[in-house]
Design a protein around this ligand. Sequence first.
Ligand code: HEC
Length: 300
Amino acid sequence: MNTRLVLTSAGGAAVALAAVVLAGIMSPPRRVEAQNRGNNDEDQLIRIGYEIAPVPLNLERKNGEQRRLVGLGSYIVNAQADCNGCHTGGAPPNFNYANNGNPYFLNQPLGTVTDPTTYLAGGSPFGPAVPSSASVGGFLPNSIPPSYPPAGYPTDPNTGFPYAGPGIVSRNLTPDKNGLPEGGHTLEQFKEIFRTGIDFDNIHPTCLSPTDPNVALGICIPPPVDGSKLQIMPWPAFHNMTDHQIEAIYEYLSVIPCIDNDFAPPPAGAPNELRNDCGDTASRHGAAVSRHDTQPNARR
Ligand code: HEC
């Protein structure tokens, strides 16, 4: 047997072995296979998405393909990305949950119930993008930057520490009366937000210097924070989603009830980011409240 032959047959054995191993990996136990086969997998996510949407959905003008996107979008928003965990307009003690429906509390008669009256209406306060290092007793050794803000920024009268920029507040994601999601952004803009974190409203630009007039106004963020990017918002994770998934989220956000958030303090400066023109507010908002007030979330 010459060397070449040996190599070839060894190679053949390796290929055969790999095939057996691969077959093992690729054929899951039969029960899982039944629930989880190719395209049907998305059908399942769509079905769950419709089951768990915590508000009534306005599907009037949506065709079949758009309805599939809505279901998938609901699955991503409500089962995976927890958009409402941050974009709720609710405040303590229950934040995004309804009274008696807060799953983190003892003895909740309603189980888990999302509060439809604040759903994705924005207004949760997160504090500054980076706190003043003086306010937290200094940063860890080797941090870059070693302190914050850079030298020369004035004392913020609200905190008593050097100015570190405005508090970041989540935005209203509900559609306006025309059914355009989150402040009227187009699908293309929405994709760009998810891919790059760009803040099209530019409400907190980077401060150009400690004497930038935006410091006195309390709206700019000292460097090295890039104020042109959305802060806190997990776009560095979301930018890995597929176009199809981002489109699904956008479609879902166009069918949830409009909420004109006049109850949470808006971010500093800028026209009030939380207000929304719902047209006939009473009926759309009211419908959401009465239908789901006491209905536990599906699949608790
Ligand atoms: C960890 C909290 C958090 C989560 C989770 C989160 N967001 Fe955000 N999002 C924010 C904050 C805070 C802002 C505003 C950031 C700023 O002002 O710098 C924001 C901003 C946005 C904006 C920009 C709005 C505008 O008017 O330009 C969009 C769009 C958005 N979020 C959509 C979503 C969607 C959709 C999800 C779920 C898939 C989501 N967010 C999940 C915190 C979050």
